[in-house]
Design a protein around this ligand. Structure first.
Ligand code: SF4
Ligand code: SF4
Length: 262
């Protein structure tokens, strides 16, 4: 379910029907039905120019509605949705929002509250596993199948020929060996080489193949994105270290297989 916060202030400004009517009431009714059926699995909240300055208000709203599984996603331009451009926020604005959410989550100290991105980062810092594609470094493993059966790369990318890997009507082996998919894989590997000196590679692994790079063929990540990712990881790592949970000799691997201290 997509829910961007309280009704008038946030959600209904962004999530409207073609008639311009807000969808808040229907979304909340659906969440209630899912809760009652025991199959509610949390919400995705778009973080945009409308709500990014109000992390505490959003956090408290979700908890008051008994919504404890949360995922936040930055509203960004993906090239073919011009009508969202006024909602787009910068990596710095999103990082400020997520750092505030992390601090609220830590202070609340309720293990039932799960924030997917934060859980992945904390888990990776503590030597565990990730749950988010953005920390897997395997963007070639995520595809979008369109209604005509064509298979493209992850839907964060616009639907371009560069990322058309075949069709559901092709043999699976033909899709796996598709030359565009191979080219995409080679690009991802080149990008990882670029990251080998970054202390946060063990979490980030080259980052989101769409968000961290200016163009599809870029190898070098955008410095603005990296600066903010690193600021986010540093903030969480510093707070986690205060709990004395990380072994002094905890190490992580860089892109070239070297070892660095957390
Ligand atoms: S923060 Fe930037 S340099 Fe570091 S691993 Fe991520 S994309 Fe690479
Ligand atoms: S491009 Fe970004 S959103 Fe898509 S699979 Fe890769 S990390 Fe995930």
């Amino acid at each position: 379910m997509s829910l961007d916060g309280p009704e008038k202030e946030f959600h209904d400004q962004v999530r409207r029907y073609p008639t311009r009517k807000g969808s808040y009431n229907e979304v909340m009714r659906s969440i209630d039905l899912l809760h009652r059926a025991g199959i509610f699995n949390g919400i995705i909240c778009g973080v945009s120019s409308v709500n990014h300055e109000f992390p505490e208000k959003l956090f408290n709203f979700f908890l008051a509605e008994n919504i404890k599984k949360l995922k936040f996603a930055r509203v960004k331009s993906i090239g073919h949705c011009e009508n969202v451009s006024s909602l787009v926020i910068s990596p710095a604005q999103y990082t400020n929002f997520m750092i505030a959410i992390f601090d609220l989550w830590l202070k609340l100290d309720d293990p039932e509250v799960e924030i997917r991105d934060i859980q992945s980062v904390v888990s990776l810092i503590l030597g565990g596993n990730k749950r988010e594609c953005i920390y897997m470094g395997q963007c070639d493993q995520f595809v979008t199948v369109y209604s005509d059966g064509l298979i493209y790369g992850c839907d964060s990318f616009p639907k371009t020929d560069d990322l058309c890997f075949g069709s559901v009507f092709d043999e699976p082996t033909a899709v796996r060996s598709n030359s565009r998919l191979q080219t995409f894989r080679e690009l991802l590997e080149k990008r990882k080489e670029f990251c080998h000196t970054c202390n946060w590679y063990f979490i980030c692994k080259g980052g989101c193949a769409k968000d961290c790079y200016e163009q599809f063929n870029s190898v070098e990540p955008l410095s603005e994105v990296c600066k903010n990712l690193q600021r986010y990881f540093e903030h969480i790592s510093a707070k986690i270290r205060l709990y004395d949970l990380i072994e002094p000799r905890t190490v992580h691997s860089s892109a070239k297989g070297g070892e660095d201290r957390v």
